[in-house]
Design a protein around this ligand. Structure first.
Ligand code: TTP
Length: 737
């Protein structure tokens, strides 16, 4: 869903840089003999010579197109060099291209805020650089203008090709130009210099669009390729959009674009000018209506995000036609391989960028044998991500099985999977100094799998290539823009939006009850989602069933879709959301799966003869809603399987060997309330180092491993020195005597 953002007050200078036939260039750099030859990179799938995924400009001159397969390309261009994409684990390995893309990004990022939009595309906000240039060395005072800048295409100016360079020079150096055009001129010069630098340092050519916003810059970068740049002065926007076919605009390639064409008979973006904002809003809603009204006028307030790293990692594979996977064993085999790659990538992200992935999602496309209901989609499933290849593999398989169960419903029929992918998302920086805490909090292995019910189409709407049956192996980086768009790695070439359906929110509200008002609270929504989804069925409407008598009221919890919610001021006057759920919805058989702390709480409710008396329950749960990073439950869960607790079943906390962190553990003897430097109250919990089973350390991300090993070393050292110290001798000999 496009988001309408107002036009910024001050003029901005935005560039969109797009590499030319990128995979081909990367292969040509690896093998310089290919330079200048008609070349194409083909998929790892030799059927009919493999699908072409990148075509050099030399080959394009012969009529070779990306929609062709190798055999077909050879017919139109017999000398074409077909290079197969690198392969690892039986599928495309895009690391070569990924790293090449990063080389380019690091050069571009030296001049302004830089957003990596896909494996070979970057947005740059050059406003500050252009303003400085205009102040210090405006183009009109420059003795010589960069040659590359003089080759620019300036829409509305360089249409006269007799003296293009002269026209460009004049436009770039006009002293009577308005401020906006002057800034664009500076932007064009800066981008020309950057493109030259990219070529010198990486041997790659790229093309660019320079405009006042992202939308126009993106349109412009594709207008003149390869190795050229196009500038869009404000005065040319109207003409540009007047002839721009609706479907060429980002976000209008799908249903919305089709509706504009068929329902409003709009063919070009300029045709939208005939509608008022209200008319468009009436038809498409407030936000989309305003967005359409804006784009008709070339208005786009989207910011360039400061982001050089991908928003997620994904790997997948398609199994077309007879290759469809028809048994859980074959799915497991492939999932294991995909997860192995995913695990390596998130591990290296952690090592290099200090980021942890928090969500694992499995997507699949499937069909049912002899079933007419072929519209039913295989549901995507997510759960909190646990580090370690084996854990990811185990969880991914569980997610798949849960998706398959839902996909098949009560039908006991054959099925086939035609595409499978795993994604690690919600990549967040490790907060300094709390890495183990944060890691464990979200990696609690006691949490069951959750279903986010994000549908395949919401995540990866079909790309025309897929609709044409083009097979793509997926190795993606979600690099999305600020409306959370999933920008494909080009091999994936699909876009989508992460949105939750209202029904999911309703489904999740019981979880939010536990989650409380804090997003980093004890139990994640996903964790509880997982715990409850199979056990505490929702009412038949799919919403929580609320009873006035047996409901428990709880603060916080984003349950917007829940009827039974409301916003109330708390004691300090802040607004808080309250919502309720029915105790009867809790299936006692699932209580064992909850963390101990919560189990006790829930059992207390169920045993209570006076359920209507909820005030006490409210207070105790409220007390566990602290903003702590780490919870006792998380640790219980994490160490439970590996480091058995003391025989009493409670934590064995020792005064000397403890690790202290902020976190709520009201039920814990060894906790206390402390004040931090800013005077805020926070809870302390302690963990016995002895409870850490060294055998599990290998399963932690290396960052965390180092931290834990550090504790263990210090602990060992401390014990050793204690043993050797005189005071120890004194007491031990005193004891002996
Ligand atoms: P694009 O930028 O779409 O195309 P390109 O760089 O090959 O060529 P152009 O000069 O026209 O921009 O894609 C970037 C890379 O992504 C491309 O080199 C190969 C890969 N890719 C796929 O693997 N599958 C696809 O379906 C598409 C479109 C791209």
């Amino acid at each position: 869903m496009p988001i309408a953002r107002p036009k910024p007050k001050d003029a901005r200078v935005i560039a969109h840089v797009d590499m030319d036939c990128f995979y081909v260039q990367a292969e040509q750099r690896k093998n310089p003999e290919l330079r200048g030859l008609p070349t194409a990179v083909v998929q790892y799938n030799s059927w009919k010579g493999g699908a072409l995924i990148a075509v050099s400009y030399e080959a394009r001159r012969f009529g070779v197109k990306r929609s062709m397969r190798g055999d077909e390309a050879k017919k139109v261009c017999p000398n074409i060099q077909l290079i197969q994409v690198p392969v690892a684990r039986g599928k495309a390995d895009l690391n070569l291209y990924r790293h090449a893309g990063f080389e380019v990004v690091s050069i571009l990022a030296t001049k302004g805020r830089c957003e990596r939009a896909s494996i070979d595309e970057v947005y740059l906000d050059l406003t500050d650089a252009a303003k400085s240039m205009l102040l210090e060395t405006p183009p009109e005072v420059l003795e010589a203008i960069d040659e590359e800048a003089l080759k620019s295409h300036i829409l509305g100016v360089t249409d006269d090709i007799t003296d293009r360079e002269g026209n460009v020079r004049e436009w770039l150096c006009r002293s009577d130009a308005d401020h906006e055009d002057k800034l664009l001129a500076c932007g064009a010069i800066i981008i020309a210099q950057l493109r030259t630098k990219v070529l010198e340092e990486t041997k790659f050519t790229c093309s660019a669009g320079i405009a006042h916003n992202k939308m126009l810059a993106k349109l412009a970068s594709a207008m003149h390729k390869p190795a050229q740049q196009t500038v869009v002065p404000s005065s040319s926007v109207k003409d540009l959009l007047a002839s721009l076919p609706v479907k060429k605009m980002k976000q209008l390639g799908g249903k919305l674009g089709s509706s504009l064409q068929t329902d409003l008979e709009v063919k070009t973006i300029g045709d939208l000018l005939q509608f008022t904002e209200e008319q468009l809003q009436e038809r498409y809603g407030i936000n989309t209506g305003t967005w359409l009204w804006n784009i008709a006028r070339g208005i786009n307030g989207e910011e360039v995000e400061d982001r050089l790293l991908p928003k997620s990692h994904g790997c997948g594979k398609t199994f077309p036609g007879p290759q469809a996977l028809k048994t859980t064993a074959s799915v497991e085999n492939w999932l294991n391989q995909l997860c192995e790659e995913l695990s390596e990538r998130i591990q290296s992200d952690l090592d290099q960028n200090k980021r942890l992935a928090h969500t694992l999602t499995v997507h699949a496309k499937a069909f049912k044998v002899n079933d007419l209901d072929f519209h039913k989609k295989f549901p995507s499933k997510s759960c909190p991500l646990r580090y370690g290849t084996a854990k990811i593999q185990e969880d991914a398989m569980k997610l798949f099985v849960s998706g398959l169960r839902e996909f098949l419903g009560s039908q006991n029929i054959g099925w086939g999977v035609t595409s499978l992918s795993v994604t690690a998302s919600k990549l967040l920086d490790i907060p300094h100094g709390t890495s183990i805490v944060r890691f464990l909090q979200d990696k609690n292995p006691s949490t069951s799998l959750a279903c986010s019910n994000v549908s395949m189409e919401e995540i990866f709407p079909l790309h025309p290539a897929d609709q044409n049956g083009k097979q793509n192996e997926v190795a993606s980086e979600e690099i999305g823009d600020d409306n959370d768009t999933l920008v494909r790695d080009k091999a994936l070439c699909r876009r989508g939006t992460w949105t939750r359906k209202p029904k999911d929110k309703a489904k999740c509200s019981i979880l939010n009850y536990f989650q409380g008002s804090n997003s980093s609270s004890c139990l994640t929504k996903e964790a509880l989602d997982g715990s409850f989804q199979d056990h505490a069925p929702l009412s038949s409407s799919g919403n929580q069933h609320h009873s006035r008598v047996n409901k428990i009221k709880q603060q916080g919890g984003p349950a917007e879709a829940n009827n039974d919610t409301g916003t109330h001021p708390n004691q300090t006057g802040q607004k808080i959301d309250t919502w309720n759920f029915n105790i009867e919805d809790i299936d006692p058989s699932m209580i064992d799966e909850l963390p101990l702390e919560i189990q006790r709480e829930v059992q207390g409710w169920l045993q209570s003869p006076k359920r209507a008396n909820t005030s006490k329950r409210v207070s105790s749960i409220e007390s566990s809603n602290s903003s702590a990073c780490m919870t006792k439950q998380a640790l219980d869960g994490f160490f439970k399987d590996h480091a058995p607790l003391s025989s009493s079943g409670s934590q064995n906390y020792s005064g000397t060997n403890k690790i202290e962190q902020g976190g709520p553990a009201k039920a814990n003897n060894s906790t206390g309330t402390h004040r931090n430097q800013t005077g805020q109250k926070f809870d302390m919990w302690t963990l016995n180092i002895e409870d850490i089973d060294p055998s599990i350390i290998d399963e932690l991300p290396s960052e965390i491993q180092r931290e834990v090993q550090g504790w263990l070393r210090r602990h060992k050292h401390a014990n050793t020195s204690k043993r050797g110290s005189s005071i120890v001798h004194y007491f031990s000999s005193a004891k002996k005597s």
